[in-house]
Design a protein around this ligand. Structure first.
Ligand SMILES: [Zn+2]
Length: 394
């Protein structure tokens, strides 16, 4: 048994129901699992000590929505949008062309760099979607490459319809392409939006994935009101993502369901759309997550602290709500209870901030406040978990 004690924590965020925050705290990790926490004065001894140096310790961010397997960038589109042009879903096809032309090594190098970039900002779990291949071979290699970086892989063959016949593509994405990709995935997703897939098409696609044993996720409500939100709830999707445009009925349906409303404010920043109204969802009783939606078209950032800052500044969330949504909320959106919190029994995935409180994540936007990131994922040897920092055992 290996024990690690993190002490001199100014503020520990546990997300424990009775004691969500502890001041002047310490946290004990045994074999990669949280074993104890409380006041530093009563901390037990351990094999290794990590000094938090008066910083705040938070659960690692759970980024439940990213598209990091791609090639090329679209900075020119961003520049044009900032000069007044509107966002269109069709830009995805440009990334598809470049992704198909790229080698496996190029795609993996980009995705690995982005995951490392996210990790340096406190993200310890990252969902990764396919969706820039849109052929059987290119979607298969996208999910295979993603699976080398995360266990949370999502098949998004239904990102847009590529050039060619629409009906034939729907047959492919619910048939051969799904069959090839599903063994490497946990989730299926569909972009249910004008310019992408209709509600009826989305239903067909999601039902095909569910029949293959995948969990459902949906992109809906990014560009306008859509029945995609209600479809997600009806099919028991783990999450419906964007939720920028919601009717009162949508909010009510989300509040009465297990489907998490995942807000992606990097998109609103980068496309100059209205911010999603987190307050309205929270007041109705819906579960809210925050995620980066890292992708080259509409949100090219891996920064979860930035999402927290947007949520607090412009979406009606308190700092505590935004931190919960970006950690425990992301875990709920991935139907995980071992991450996103630091209660006893949690996987010891956490970030030590160079700040006395998580409020600084929003109060000091754009500043690299994440000093250290520790995680205990050991996919190679399950059961033999130990804390790691940048791939090295602590
Ligand atoms: Zn997305």
């Amino acid at each position: 048994m290996t024990t690690v004690l993190i002490d001199d924590i100014a503020l520990l965020v546990t997300h424990d129901e009775e004691r969500p925050e502890v001041r002047e705290a310490a946290l004990l990790v045994e074999d990669g699992v949280v074993a104890w926490w409380g006041e530093a004065a009563s901390a037990p001894s351990a094999d290794t000590r990590i000094d938090a140096a008066g910083g705040c310790v938070i659960p690692g961010f759970v980024d439940s929505h990213s598209h990091v397997v791609f090639a090329g960038d679209r900075a020119d589109e961003f520049e044009a949008r900032m000069a007044g042009r509107s966002y269109e879903a069709g830009g995805i096809r440009r990334t598809v062309r470049l992704t198909r032309e790229a080698s496996d090594e190029q795609l993996l190098a980009t995705a690995t760099r982005l995951v490392a970039e996210a990790r340096a900002q406190g993200t310890t779990t990252m969902e990764i979607k396919s969706g820039y291949g849109l052929t059987v071979a290119d979607e298969l290699r996208s999910v295979r490459l993603a699976a080398t970086l995360t266990t949370e892989v999502t098949f998004l063959g239904a990102h847009v319809v590529p050039e060619g016949d629409r009906d034939e593509y729907l047959d492919l994405v619910t048939g051969e392409m799904l069959d090839a990709s599903a063994p490497h995935c946990r989730w299926i997703d569909v972009f249910c939006e004008a310019g992408a897939f209709t509600v009826d098409e989305s239903r067909r696609i999601l039902e095909a994935g569910i029949a293959k044993g995948l969990g459902a996720r949906v992109h809906a409500g990014q560009l306008g009101l859509s029945d995609g939100v209600r479809l997600a709830v009806e099919l028991g999707a783990a999450s419906v993502d964007h939720c920028t445009f919601l009717s009162d009925g949508d909010v009510e349906a989300l509040a009465g369901s297990d489907t998490v409303a995942t807000l992606l404010p990097g998109v609103e920043f980068s496309t100059r759309q209205p911010w999603p109204d987190a307050r309205r969802l929270l007041d109705a009783g819906a579960t809210v997550a925050l995620a980066s939606d890292c992708n080259p078209g509409s949100s090219f950032t891996t920064s979860m602290p930035l999402m927290v800052a947007f949520a607090v500044r412009d979406m009606g969330m308190t700092p505590a709500e935004a931190l919960w949504a970006s950690t425990a909320g992301g875990a709920a959106a991935l139907r995980r209870d071992d991450i996103g919190h630091l209660r006893v029994g949690a996987r010891a995935d956490l970030a030590i901030l160079d700040a006395p409180s998580y409020v600084h994540l929003a109060y000091r936007p754009g500043v690299p406040l994440v000093r250290r990131v520790l995680s205990s994922e050991r996919r190679d040897t399950p059961g033999l978990q130990q804390m790691q920092e940048y791939g090295k055992l602590v």
